[in-house]
Write a protein that binds this ligand. Structure first.
Ligand SMILES: [Ca+2]
Ligand SMILES: [Ca+2]
Ligand SMILES: [Ca+2]
Length: 280
C-alpha cells in the first residue's frame, strides 16, 4: 500500500515533506482526536507527525503536530505538512462548513515558533487539500489562542468562529468569519479565559440561547475563571448578556441549557448558575 499522502497548497508556504517519511506523516499526535463530518468537503481530520520543535507546552507536554491528515468525501487521504517555522498547537481539529458550500473546512491552531499562534482554515478546493485562510499570528513566541466554539452567533445563517487569544494572561474573545476566502474579525471583547495552563481540557466554553432570542450565545469563563459570562453577537455586535460569580475557578467543561449554565470547578465538583432576567 502506498497512499498518496501529500497535497501542497498553491501559494501557501512551502511544505517540507522531503524531511518526513510517509510513516512519520501518518503517525498520530499522542492524545489527539479525530474529527468527523458529513457533506462534500473534509469528512475526517486529525493531527499527525508529532514534533518537539516548539518548546511551549501549554497543553501539558511539548509534543505538537507537524501535519494535518484528512479524508475527503470521495475517500481520498491528504496530509498537509507544515514547514519547520510552525506547528499545530492543538489536540483535535474542528470541522465546520464555514462558507456554506456544503463541505466542511478544518479549523486549526497554527503556532509559529517565533510569532505565536494563528487561527487557520484548511479545506478542499478543486480536489486539492489546501490552506484557505489564516489570521496574523499574535506576534510573540509562546502566545497561544484557544478556539471556543463555532456557531451562527450573528443570526445571519452563516457560521462564525469564536476564539480566546492569550487565555492565560488576560484573554480577548474574538469572533471571526470566512468570507471570500479570507478570515475577517467581526468583533472582540477583553477579559476572558477558556483554558487552564498545562491542561488537556480545551472545552471551557459552550453555546446556547441564553436570552431566548433564537440566536446562539457563547458562555465562557471570565479572565480569572471565577465567573461565567454569557456573550451575544446578535446582529454582529458583541455584548455581555450576563455574568454569574462562582465559588471556585472553572477547570473543566462548561455546558449551557437555556438560561442555565454549569461548569466543573477546581476541586472537581460541577456547579450550576442561572443568568437572570435576560428573556423578554
Ligand atoms: Ca465549506
Ligand atoms: Ca452568522
Ligand atoms: Ca441568544
Amino acid at each position: 500500500m502506498s497512499p498518496k499522502i501529500l497535497t501542497i497548497a498553491a501559494g501557501a508556504a512551502a511544505a517540507v515533506w522531503l524531511s518526513y517519511t510517509p510513516a512519520q506523516a501518518q503517525s498520530p499526535l499522542p492524545g489527539g482526536g479525530t474529527a468527523r463530518a458529513g457533506g462534500s468537503g473534509v469528512v475526517q481530520a486529525r493531527y499527525v507527525a508529532p514534533t518537539t520543535r516548539y518548546a511551549h507546552g501549554v497543553l501539558g507536554d511539548a509534543i505538537e503536530a507537524g501535519g494535518l491528515a484528512v479524508r475527503d468525501a470521495s475517500g481520498k487521504s491528504h496530509v498537509f505538512m507544515l514547514p519547520e517555522d510552525s506547528v499545530f498547537e492543538d489536540i483535535t481539529p474542528r470541522l465546520a462548513d464555514l462558507d456554506g458550500d456544503g463541505g466542511a473546512e478544518v479549523i486549526v491552531v497554527r503556532s509559529y515558533l517565533t510569532r505565536g499562534s494563528a487561527l487557520a482554515v484548511f479545506g478542499m478546493r478543486g480536489g486539492e487539500f489546501v490552506r484557505i485562510a489564516e489570521t496574523a499570528p499574535i506576534g510573540r513566541s509562546a502566545r497561544w489562542l484557544n478556539p471556543a466554539a463555532i456557531a451562527d452567533f450573528t443570526g445571519d445563517g452563516r457560521l462564525e468562529v469564536a476564539i480566546v487569544k492569550t487565555p492565560h494572561i488576560g484573554g480577548t474573545l474574538e469572533f471571526w468569519r470566512l468570507t471570500g476566502g479570507k478570515l475577517s474579525r467581526i468583533a472582540g471583547l477583553s477579559g476572558f479565559s477558556n483554558h487552564v495552563i498545562g491542561s488537556r481540557e480545551l472545552g471551557l466554553a459552550a453555546v446556547g440561547d441564553v436570552d431566548g432570542n433564537g440566536i446562539a450565545d457563547l458562555v465562557l469563563p471570565a479572565a480569572d475563571r471565577r465567573a461565567l459570562v454569557a456573550v451575544s453577537l446578535a446582529g454582529g455586535r458583541a455584548r455581555e448578556l450576563g455574568r454569574e460569580a462562582l465559588p471556585a475557578p472553572v477547570v473543566g467543561r462548561v455546558s449551557v441549557s437555556g438560561q442555565n449554565a454549569s461548569a466543573i470547578l477546581a476541586g472537581g465538583r460541577r456547579t450550576s448558575v442561572t443568568f437572570g432576567d435576560l428573556r423578554g
